[in-house]
Design a binder for this molecule. Structure first.
Ligand SMILES: NC(=O)c1ccc[n+]([C@@H]2O[C@H](COP(=O)([O-])OP(=O)(O)OC[C@H]3O[C@@H](n4cnc5c(N)ncnc54)[C@H](OP(=O)(O)O)[C@@H]3O)[C@@H](O)[C@H]2O)c1
Length: 314
């Protein structure tokens, strides 16, 4: 199988996440190559993850070894970090990303957060003094330039609320193709999905398993009693039930696993479905956003509260 098809905007429905804690280039390169062999075609990276170079190396190796015929068969997403979310820094940041990837273009380039940090602020810990006002119009104009130059086949955003998308759409010459946000059974994003569908923006789910085991994640998805019961009765895993649920919403998804058997498991969600009763049970799971972005809130920055960061959608 090949990443379970593509969305109308060309984004493969299932992709491999690569946010890892600490620099692990060898593990990332090996996992990405293994994933390509298993049929993954979408790789989600970001300047901030420091995983661009090993993904580029894995792609080059996959071409050399005939796993894929050419780089064009692989869909690479990367993101401009907050410290480069300044109008004059976006294009140089993309050029650096392309140099890391050793590629001529990315398939999708996204604004990582609707947040600006001081230029050069790439590593934690972040302090309130690192935050600056976010110039959405100027940053998006620079993203559009990246597209016009052919360096980004499409452009999009991450972590945008309905209200921020509305603002962006009011001046964008090129509308965002994708909004990548947290989506899982514990944070279902019904309102945002409806809005995006109406505006022709593809939703892409990050942390579809709740990012268990990471410093930004939680056990609440993988330990959900309802999901365990559904998984047991269907002979599936909890992870598969989560991913299938996201898939059935029409969203694309990116899930991170560097373990071969879990990578296979995570692709095996397309030829079965949830029952209506199971969907109903999942829809009643209490909602709580896991990745709240608390560090982007401060008196000095654009957002003085979480309510402002998410425009009340939290
Ligand atoms: N745009 C943004 O702001 C943003 C924010 C967060 C994430 N992302 C992107 O979204 C990707 C995915 O999200 P995420 O990494 O946060 O979380 P996730 O994919 O929900 O969860 C990853 C965790 O689940 C484990 N896992 C994966 N498959 C499993 C399975 N079948 N059974 C049990 N455990 C499993 C992984 O461990 P193993 O590797 O050991 O399997 C890892 O610890 C990221 O890697 C990144 O590319 C974007």
């Amino acid at each position: 199988m090949s990443a379970a098809g593509r969305s109308p905007c060309g984004l493969p429905r299932i992709g491999l996440g690569t946010a890892v804690q600490g620099p692990r280039p060898d593990a990332v390169r090996a996992a990405a190559l293994r994933a390509m062999m298993l049929g993954y075609r979408h790789f989600d990276t970001a300047a901030h993850y420091a995983t661009e170079a090993p993904i580029g190396e894995a792609a080059a190796e996959a071409v050399r070894e005939g796993v894929v015929a050419s780089r064009d068969e692989i869909f690479v997403t990367s993101k401009v970090w907050c410290a480069d979310a300044h109008p004059d820094r976006v294009l140089p940041a993309l050029r650096k990303t392309l140099s890391n990837l050793q590629m001529e273009y990315v398939d999708l380039y996204m604004v990582h957060w609707p947040v600006t940090m001081k230029a050069g602020k790439f590593t934690a810990p972040y302090t309130p003094e690192d935050l600056e006002p976010f110039d959405m119009r100027g940053v998006w104009a620079a993203m559009e330039e990246c597209h016009r130059l052919g360096l980004a086949k499409s452009i999009g955003v991450c972590n945008f609320s309905c209200k921020k998308l509305e603002t962006l759409l009011s001046f964008a010459t090129i509308p965002p193709a994708v909004n990548q946000v947290e989506i899982n059974p514990v944070w279902q994003q019904r309102k945002l999905r409806e809005f995006c569908r109406d505006k022709g923006i593809q939703l892409c789910a990050y942390s579809p398993l709740g990012a268990k085991g990471t410093h930004w994640g939680s056990d609440s998805v993988m330990d959900s009693g309802v999901l365990h019961e559904i998984a047991k009765s269907k002979g599936k895993t909890v992870a598969q039930v989560c991913l299938r649920w996201v898939y059935e919403q029409g969203d694309c998804l990116i899930v991170k696993s560097f373990d071969e058997s879990r990578m296979k498991e995570n692709l095996d969600i397309v030829d079965w479905e949830l029952t209506e009763e199971e969907r109903q049970r999942i829809s009643k799971i209490p909602q709580r956003k896991i990745n709240q972005g608390r560090r982007y809130v401060s008196e000095n920055g654009q957002y003085k509260s979480l309510e402002e960061l998410w425009d009340g959608e939290i």
